[in-house]
Write a new protein. Sequence first.
Length: 231
Amino acid sequence: MFRLKGEGARIYDLDALHVKPDLEITASYIPRVYCAILRTVLTNAKKMSLDAIYIDVGEGKCSGALYIAEILKVELNIPIIQTRNEDKLRFGNPVCESVLPLVEKMELITQSVLEPEAMKNDMVRCEPVAGFWGVPPRDFSILSLFPPRTHVFGWTRCMENKTPADAALEKVVHPDVPTVFFAQSFCQKTALTYYLARRHPCGLYVDADVYMGHSTKSKVQAFLELNGAID
């Protein structure tokens, strides 16, 4: 990333929405019942003019990314460079444990992929009243339901820590706060998400596909209210 930026390259995070979100174009390549994040990656790759794609296919991402990489190699006439981020040096989690609203926490963490300098070390830590465990959702609207004093756990915590393949850190939870365990529908991480939620003293398992429906948001809001996390 630093080398490419030093060469003046413009870098896009293909997980994010860069083009009209027409996921139907992916139906020619992968099933509709598939991770919405990877369908978004494939949509962006097909519709954007790119010079090369770097894609993490190791334990820090998922085997689904490996299969998408293989499809892109055939479908696109550009280099598809597979990488594996196995970094183990921990950089800490000041954002995950800060007083910032959860939406701002998630935006900072996801932006840090392209702009490591955007991360701040002067965060004010808070004691949590709620927890969000999981991956950054494709649809951030669910995050506005959480109180500012929400700590972030799961793969998102690993993401801020710059150790995406850190399985031990990903499994860390706070047993004393009500925690929503989230995964994208059809993601392999739903297994761990469901397992940890069932064993947490006050956990709620949630999975969502492309967008957060009203029923999902209502379920999360009711869970947080009933457990005293929000008024």
